[in-house]
Design a binder for this molecule. Structure first.
Ligand code: M1P
Length: 269
């Protein structure tokens, strides 16, 4: 694909100076959990000629590789900055940056209590169907799903509708807040069937620390203009913090087609 072979100006020579454009993944660059379109990749490639670009997603890196890259194209070749798990796993021009870990932060004992509570809660939960993998352990967070992460695409859609009507996830989060008031945890609904749990502050604004560090590198760029495009920009959504952060210019989108329209309008492409 053109995006992988295009010759790019180095970061400090991109025509629109001191500017980086960040994107959420699911429902911003791609349909939820699905692959990016060739048209979106082409547009991003054109945008990258003008500014630095990156994505910041709640999912882990392997899912973003599946959705944005392909078997022959590493996702790290398509973006200047890849921020998986909100930037807890990060790549700059294909090179990994320092990572933090949820388990080190929370400790084994508290983690076991959390797992015990979650699995008991799911066991007692009355919902139409359950599948498998109710808790996924990631580097920078855990992801909890009442239906289970093995749900099919249709099962995801059905659960999402049921959840909107019955508040399964908000009630689950409330129970966790009550049970673990001493832990400084944030609960964030970013997708269709689950919510992420991570230390407060490790939301998507975490990736801005990596960008702030850029100016200290040789030929480093001081990113004074940071655009962010995301769909879950309402309070409680996992794009809310970075969208409303004073360091960013937030753009709320209604899906990949809207993202493309807004990119074209904002950057004259
Ligand atoms: O990228 C948004 C979310 O995508 C997935 O959520 P779900 O499976 O509920 O649609 C997960 O990878 C989640 O961690 C992530 O925040």
């Amino acid at each position: 694909m053109a995006a992988a072979i295009t010759i790019l100006p180095p970061l400090h020579e991109r025509p629109i100076k001191n500017t980086v454009v960040l994107f959420d993944v699911d429902e911003t660059l791609t349909p939820a959990r699905r692959a990016v379109s060739p048209e979106m990749l082409q547009l991003l490639s054109a945008l990258r000629q003008k500014v630095a670009i990156g994505y910041v997603g709640g999912s882990d890196f392997s899912k973003q590789q599946e959705q944005l890259g392909s078997s022959s194209i590493p996702v790290t070749s398509l973006f200047d900055f890849c921020f998986a798990e909100n930037g807890l796993t990060a790549y700059r021009l294909g090179v990994p940056l320092a990572a933090h870990s949820f388990i080190k932060w929370i400790g084994e004992e508290e983690y076991k209590k959390l797992v015990r509570f979650v699995l008991h809660y799911v066991a007692d939960l009355e919902i139409p169907i359950k599948r498998g993998t109710f808790l996924e352990f990631k580097n920078g967070m855990v992801n909890i799903s009442p239906i289970g992460r093995n749900a099919s695409i249709q099962e995801r859609k059905d659960f999402n509708k049921f959840d909107l009507e019955h508040g399964i996830r908000p009630k689950f989060i409330e129970a966790l807040r009550k049970e673990f008031p001493h832990l400084s945890l944030t609960y964030s609904i970013g997708g269709e069937i689950s919510f992420d749990v991570f230390p407060t502050g490790w939301d998507k604004t975490y990736c801005l620390n990596h960008l702030a560090n850029e100016k200290n590198l040789p030929n480093g760029v001081d990113y004074t203009t940071i655009h962010f495009f995301g769909d879950k920009t309402m309070k409680g959504g996992n794009d809310y913090e970075i969208y409303s952060d004073p360091r960013t210019i937030g753009h709320s989108v209604k899906g990949p087609a809207d993202t493309m329209a807004q990119i074209r309008e904002t950057f004259g492409l």
